[in-house]
Design a protein around this ligand. Structure first.
Ligand SMILES: C[S@@+](CC[C@H](N)C(=O)[O-])C[C@H]1O[C@@H](n2cnc3c(N)ncnc32)[C@H](O)[C@@H]1O
Length: 327
């Protein structure tokens, strides 16, 4: 099909769920390549099969739900089963961008064979990765339905989950101080479930015990329990954390999400329970009213720097590992 015929085709395309511009870019990327493997079973893939005659030899998609689908003689195959003697890979699913580049690099197909992707996919720029869309561990989160309300924006939630993943290299439970309506702890539990790491999660807040006229006290413990019902290892701890923290007396922690202002007795207590290598993320560190100077003072005395994470200033602290013996 030449460019004129393609333009006529594109004019007829239903652009529900796809962009005609992206389709045109993908078509242009296919260029003169004779044996093309498409990455991702999508409406773009179907249109490209329509217009590229017999130049598409495979659609690669590891999703078991689509594996084996046949369309105009082309089969959706797992990467392991797909032919390797192709001239180019063309990405038709934005979410697959990084995952399949990594997989093809691992089997040395890329960069030996060009890996082509559009500048954007229906408005989503492919210039930068977005872990929530590009990392298979998080991708399903969107399908889990709307999370409970959270005061944290998407960037803060990404850092939260990425730090959790680093902490999971070490033994211990997870604690969040400052749950509010449960949005951040819901993300923690979702990520743990998806990563197959069934760590106990302790969720500390005042919940129904909070001053009802504070203006923010809409944390219904019962509702939060229900929203976290999908995760079997969560423990809700209601009350003032300065008193309830003793629930952790026998626990080791690998990760603490501290979403509160500095609490003089609580921070040292949690730090003591954090295992070496464990991570503490201080969500409110960048808020002057949360007393960053007090956090700095305490952690400096432990020989640790609180890393300020832009733009809003979550504070990140990692507990040092003891030096290896014999060095
Ligand atoms: C910034 S909000 C937490 C936001 C939450 N992480 C989210 O995802 O939206 C702080 C929470 O800390 C709780 N809090 C404040 N002082 C507390 C205390 N002494 N003990 C337990 N929880 C406390 C408040 O009830 C409030 O829900």
């Amino acid at each position: 099909m030449d460019q004129k015929q393609f333009s006529q085709y594109v004019a007829k395309v239903f652009n529900i769920g796809l962009s005609r511009d992206t389709l045109a870019r993908l078509f242009a990327l296919c260029g003169y390549h004779k044996k093309i493997a498409l990455i991702g079973w999508s409406d773009y893939a179907k249109h490209l099969i329509n217009v590229l005659d017999d130049r598409v030899v495979s659609v690669i998609d590891n999703d078991p739900q689509v594996r084996g689908i046949q369309f105009r003689g082309v089969t959706v195959q797992e990467l392991a089963d797909a032919p390797r003697d192709v001239d180019a890979y063309v990405v038709t699913r934005f979410e697959h961008l990084n995952e399949y580049m990594r997989a093809l690099a691992a089997i040395r197909q890329y960069p030996a064979v060009p890996y082509l992707y559009a500048e954007d996919y229906h408005g989503l720029s492919s210039a930068f990765l977005n872990p929530m869309l590009h990392d298979p561990a998080y991708r399903g989160l969107a399908a889990a339905g709307p999370p409970p309300p959270t005061m944290m924006n998407g960037d803060r939630l990404i850092l939260l989950l990425e730090m959790l993943r680093i902490a999971l290299h070490y033994e211990g439970a997870v604690a969040e101080v400052g749950v509010w309506q449960g949005g951040s702890v819901w993300h923690l539990c979702q990520a743990l479930q998806r990563l197959g790491a069934l760590r106990t999660v302790f969720a500390f807040d005042l919940f129904d015990d909070a001053d009802r006229l504070s203006g923010r006290a809409i944390m219904a413990e019962d509702e939060i329990r229900r929203r976290l019902g999908f995760y079997p290892a969560v423990e809700i701890v209601r009350g003032d954390v300065r008193k309830t923290m003793t629930r952790l007396d026998k626990e080791k922690l690998c990760f603490v999400h501290f979403d509160n202002q500095y609490q003089a007795t609580v921070i040292p207590y949690l730090w003591q329970r954090l295992v070496p290598g464990g991570v503490m993320l201080l969500d409110n560190y960048g808020h002057v009213r949360s007393l960053p100077a007090f956090f700095d003072h305490f952690f400096a005395a432990q020989g640790v720097h609180v890393a300020f994470i832009p733009p809003l200033g979550q504070g990140l602290v990692i507990k040092p590992q003891p030096p290896a013996r014999g060095r």
